[in-house]
Every structure is written in structure tokens, then in C-alpha cells.
Design a protein around this ligand. Structure first.
Ligand SMILES: Cc1cc2nc3c(=O)[nH]c(=O)nc-3n(C[C@H](O)[C@H](O)[C@H](O)COP(=O)(O)OP(=O)(O)OC[C@H]3O[C@@H](n4cnc5c(N)ncnc54)[C@H](O)[C@@H]3O)c2cc1C
Length: 352
């Protein structure tokens, strides 16, 4: 096979589709791990509301946001399925206006009440990000899977890569719990689990989530991003997130985690208190020391890296797929993306 992608989360799938569109022969291996972030995420597209640090990462986030409409249109046309993409805007209410903010529009309390009635009395006003929004990350994952299949991408589901084997600076094959595979080129898109295969500084940062069902759809007019975030799907489901826990790969939801989310959600928007709680879940964000992803070349000539997207992998999926595809199709790694290279953390990387 031409290219083998390790990890079929949002990043692996997005890259597979983009590469397959350029006639590359692509396969994806995925272990189906519980806690996959593509399934767990809220799907916010929020470079401003997330306050991405100015510079490279924020620019990358903005560039990816700008690609979303055309990217989604193409995927939905290919599959005939909806991704739930909704550029509904993001409202970030605050109890005190402390900083200026070049990316958001300030709304005072009266304007805030017009934009979104019912928010907690402690908010002084809000930052409004009209260009931002959300996608239903679970639907998007299914759509990407379907688009990849229709483009001839081959899937090896329920196979866990246990080791990469190299000779000098070339990966020879990957060993899974079932068999082994060989390809001309490999892409590591294993999310929070990347450091189990390669000594990359990627750590799991657990997030618990829950969903409520609003009596009328949609429950809110836009995403509300406070100490909890409230993401209204068009069908009336309200996704509430998220905790941020440094507990390794310790799965499951907890009384404390769900309590915190419900407490903050009710404080942010008191009218939701009687809404039924319909689901709880959790997942692992792939965290890096500087919170930027690890993308591009590796010390092995036929291994490309695409991991460490932390809190913004749904947002960054289209730009990641585009950049990695251009690189694998012969373009040099762009200078302005040096901040994403693995070697910013040092000069030694080893197979595990
Ligand atoms: C609670 C939560 C909320 C979030 N909210 C948002 C949000 O609102 N907006 C946003 O942009 N981002 C959000 N994120 C972040 C986003 O989900 C991640 O950055 C993104 O999913 C990372 O994509 P990935 O493909 O690298 O990893 P994942 O989506 O986790 O996929 C990794 C895949 O690799 C597979 N895998 C790993 N190791 C192996 C192996 N050895 N062999 C075979 N398969 C393997 C796993 O089974 C998995 O399917 C959130 C994340 C969490 C956890």
C-alpha cells in the first residue's frame, strides 16, 4: 500500500480523505479506543472564544475556520449526509470585563439579554464571536468515514498498532495485535495515544461531558462559552462541557466531574435546570507542552506526524489535512509552520 495512517480519529480520517482526493492509495488502522476525542468533543469551531494565543496557532485556527464552509460543502455533497455544521456564532459571557479583545465584539448586559435571554445574573456582558460556531463532531466523523470509503480508502478497524519497526531512518513495518502491515509511507495520527508508539511529549488530558434535551429545538440561539460551555445542536440536544483532568488514561465519568458541569451549566443558563439529562461521556485531548499540534516530518524519512491537537482538533482538521497532503505530495514543509514541528521540543525521538 501507498500510505498507511495509524489512527482513524478526526485527524486521520480528514487526512485520508484529502490524500485520496489526490489519487493516493490510503489505508487506515484504528484500535477503536474508548475515549477517542473525535467522538467525545463538543465540536466548537472557536479560535477566538478559546483565546488561542496570538501568532502561529491562532493564525492556523483562523485559517482552518475559513476553510470550513467549502470543506463541509464538499463532504456533504460527496456523501449526501449532514455534518451538523452550524456557524451560529459563539457568545462568551463574563462577570467582569477585564481585557480588551481584538477578535470579539463587546456586548453590554442589555445587548447580551437581547442576543440570548435568560443567562445568569452575574454576567456583566459578553464577547461575541459572530464568525465562529460548531459542527456535530460525531456526524462529521461518520461523514468523513463514508467519504473516505467512497474514495477507495481501505479500513482496518479494531486493530491496535503495538510497535513501529525501523531500519536506520526508514520505517519497515507496523506490528498490530492481529498482524503486520507495510506501506511506502506512514502517518501517525494516534491522538492522545501517540506517545505509546513514539517518545513524543503528548499527554492525555481527560474531559467529561454531558448532554441535556431542551424542550424546544434549538435550546439556545448560539454557543455559550463560560466556565462551562453550552453547545446547542439543531435537534434540541444541548452538549455541555467540559472538565480538564490530568489523570492519565483513567476512563469514565465521576460524581465530581458531572456535578461541576451541571453546577456551572445551571449558573450560566438557569432555565436549563429542569431539562432531562440524556447522556454522559468522556474523552482524551492530546495535549502538548505548548498546546500546539505536532505536524510534519519526523526523523524517519517515511513517517509523518499529525497529532497533539489538544482542545482544537475539530477546528484544525481541514487545515491539517490540507497541509499534510501538500507535504506528502512533494511540497517542502512551510517555514511558517516550524512551530508545529516535533523538533521544537528537542532533538531526540525514539520508537517505543
Ligand atoms: C471533552 C473534549 C471536548 C473537546 N471539544 C472540542 C471542541 O469543541 N472543538 C475542537 O476543535 N476540539 C475539541 N476537542 C479536541 C478534539 O476532539 C481533538 O483535538 C481531536 O479529536 C484530536 O483528533 P485525533 O484524530 O488526533 O485524535 P482522536 O480523535 O482521539 O483519534 C485518535 C484515534 O487513534 C486511534 N489509535 C490511537 N492509538 C492507536 C494505535 N496504537 N493503534 C490503532 N489505533 C490507534 C484511536 O482508537 C482513535 O480512534 C475536544 C476533546 C475532548 C476530549
Amino acid at each position: 500500500m501507498d500510505i498507511l495512517i495509524i489512527g482513524g480519529g478526526i485527524i486521520g480520517l480528514s487526512i485520508a480523505v484529502e490524500l485520496a482526493k489526490t489519487q493516493r492509495r490510503v489505508s487506515i488502522l484504528d484500535g477503536g479506543f474508548p475515549g477517542t476525542a473525535a467522538y467525545a468533543a463538543a465540536g466548537m469551531l472557536a479560535p477566538g472564544a478559546e483565546r488561542l494565543p496570538p501568532g502561529g496557532l491562532r493564525d492556523l485556527g483562523q485559517a482552518s475556520l475559513a476553510r470550513y464552509p467549502a470543506w463541509i460543502q464538499d463532504l456533504e455533497a460527496r456523501t449526501g449526509q449532514s455534518t451538523g455544521y452550524w456557524p451560529c456564532g459563539i457568545l462568551a459571557p463574563v462577570s467582569e470585563r477585564t481585557q480588551s479583545n481584538p477578535h470579539g465584539i463587546w456586548l453590554d448586559r442589555a445587548e447580551l439579554d437581547q442576543q440570548q435571554p435568560g443567562l445568569g445574573p452575574h454576567f456583566q456582558g459578553a464577547w461575541w464571536y459572530p464568525q465562529e460556531g460548531q459542527v456535530d463532531n460525531r456526524q462529521l466523523t461518520q461523514v468523513l468515514h463514508q467519504a473516505a470509503t467512497s474514495l477507495g480508502v481501505e479500513f482496518f478497524p479494531q486493530q491496535t498498532v503495538v510497535r513501529l519497526e525501523a531500519k536506520n531512518a526508514t520505517i519497515q513495518r507496523v506490528l498490530t495485535d492481529v498482524t503486520s502491515h507495510q506501506a511506502d509511507h506512514y502517518i501517525l495520527a494516534a491522538g492522545a495515544w501517540a506517545q505509546k508508539l513514539l517518545s513524543l511529549p503528548v499527554a492525555p488530558r481527560k474531559g467529561q461531558m454531558l448532554a441535556l434535551q431542551a424542550p424546544h429545538a434549538p435550546g439556545l440561539n448560539q454557543v455559550v462559552f463560560a466556565s462551562a460551555y453550552l453547545v446547542p445542536r439543531r435537534d434540541g440536544r444541548l452538549v455541555v462541557g467540559a472538565t480538564s483532568e490530568d489523570v492519565g488514561f483513567q476512563g469514565g465519568t465521576t460524581a465530581g466531574g458531572i456535578h461541576t458541569l451541571l453546577h456551572e451549566a445551571i449558573r450560566t443558563y438557569p432555565p436549563l435546570a429542569p431539562w432531562p439529562l440524556v447522556e454522559t461521556w468522556w474523552g482524551y485531548r492530546p495535549l502538548t507542552p505548548d498546546q500546539a499540534p505536532i505536524l510534519g516530518p519526523s526523523p524517519w524519512d517515511n513517517l509523518t506526524l499529525a497529532t497533539g491537537h489538544y482542545r482544537n482538533g475539530i477546528l484544525l482538521a481541514p487545515i491539517t489535512a490540507e497541509i499534510i497532503t501538500q507535504y506528502l505530495n512533494g511540497q517542502p514543509w512551510p517555514k511558517e509552520l516550524a512551530f508545529c514541528r516535533w523538533d521544537r521540543f528537542g532533538n531526540h525521538l525514539a520508537l517505543q
